[in-house]
Design a protein around this ligand. Structure first.
Ligand code: UFG
Length: 333
């Protein structure tokens, strides 16, 4: 299939491009390069620097490239930033998707795989989180994604030809096993990259955000899923996308690791000391989040290759050791 990878220069989008190529599909990338990296896109893949808010440009690309499906990764994804600047999140994530949907309607593109998030669940009363867990986001980032899920359901109902699969990600981690692409965020806020950057001496120490949570060791528990397993699920979702259907699936490995367990995994994988310090809780962090990802396994036959934290950390270590300064910087274009 011809697949438009919106946000294909970002961390997850760039991995998806490679998974699509391996699966015999034809990815086409659009990215505004606000946080994405030109160098993350393989040279043979068509690339358009465009913003989702530019409906005319997107419509033209969808038509020219005869796109069958859009994988929509293009979003801002920092919870803290969304609290400080909610409008930016609603414009970029919510309004941007509305423009993209208008372009898809004009061009007659019928399928979308949407990057949703466990942040749409907020602080659930129970874990594991299933797709039936009520969605009550607690920050603008989560709301910007939940609004899109609701808009997508309206579109599926209204336009009979339209089909959507929404994938609710837990903590995406790791890098391509062959080292061909990786993770390079500015600022870097995620736990595993920060621990590896600390091991490499690029940041001084990682603060552990709270040791007084009601968890076995007092630190937060999260469900870490390898980025390539997540991207494989996108391919299955795209193939399962049907007109008139909206489906949602959780994507995690169904197992939680505490922050201190992740620190220990990094110590074991790297064989080096991990400089950490204990700090207060980070506002907005739930104590325990992990997925019941049984639905996508049963319905689409998805099976993660990585089912433990150490091999996930190993793939990230491979990338960070080889690319401590990240991707080459974008040249102006
Ligand atoms: N953590 C630290 N120190 C750090 C960074 C993180 O202790 O320097 C802890 C956090 O408090 C959290 C865990 O490590 O308990 C994981 O934190 P990340 O920032 O790596 O990931 P989050 O769980 O905060 O974020 C993820 C996604 C978001 C999504 C969110 C939903 O990256 O996009 O889950 O809760 F919104």
């Amino acid at each position: 299939m011809n697949v438009l990878v919106a946000g294909g220069a970002g961390y997850i989008g760039a991995h998806a491009v490679r998974v699509l190529l391996r699966a015999g599909h034809r990815p086409v990338v659009i990215d505004n390069l606000f946080r994405g990296h030109r160098a993350a896109i393989p040279p043979e893949v068509p690339f358009y620097q465009a913003d989702l808010l530019d409906r005319e440009a997107i419509t033209t690309i969808l038509r020219q490239e005869a796109i069958d499906c859009v994988m929509h990764f293009a979003a801002l994804a920092y919870v803290g930033e969304s609290m400080e600047n909610p409008l930016r999140y609603y414009v970029n994530n919510t309004a941007g998707t509305i423009r993209l949907l208008e372009a898809m309607t004009e061009a007659g593109t019928a399928r979308m795989v949407f990057s949703s998030t466990c942040a749409t669940y907020g602080e659930p009363a129970q874990v594991p989180i299933t797709e039936e867990t009520p969605q009550h986001p607690i920050n603008p980032y989560g709301r910007s994604k939940l609004f899109v899920e609701q808009i997508l359901q309206d579109c599926v109902r209204a336009y009979g030809h339209f089909g959507v699969v929404s994938l609710r990600y837990f903590n995406v981690a790791g890098c391509a096993e062959d080292g061909s692409c990786g993770e390079d965020h500015t600022p870097e806020t995620h736990l595993i990259p920060r621990l590896l950057l600390a091991v490499l001496g690029r940041i001084e120490a990682v603060t552990i955000f709270g040791t007084d949570y009601p968890t076995p060791d007092g630190t937060c528990v999260r469900d870490y899923i390898h980025v390539d397993d997540l991207c494989e699920a996108h391919v299955l979702a795209m193939e399962a996308c049907r007109p008139g259907q909206f489906r949602a699936y959780n994507l995690g490995i169904g197992r939680g690791y505490s922050v201190l367990e992740v620190v220990e995994a990094v110590r074991q994988v790297t064989g080096r000391d991990v400089p950490i310090r204990i700090g207060p809780r980070r506002p907005g962090d739930a104590a325990i989040l992990f997925a019941d990802a049984g639905k996508i396994q049963r319905e689409l036959g998805w099976k993660p290759k990585f089912t433990a934290i150490e091999p996930i950390v190993e793939t990230a270590w491979h990338w960070f050791r080889a690319n401590p300064a990240g991707y080459p910087k974008n040249t102006s274009s």
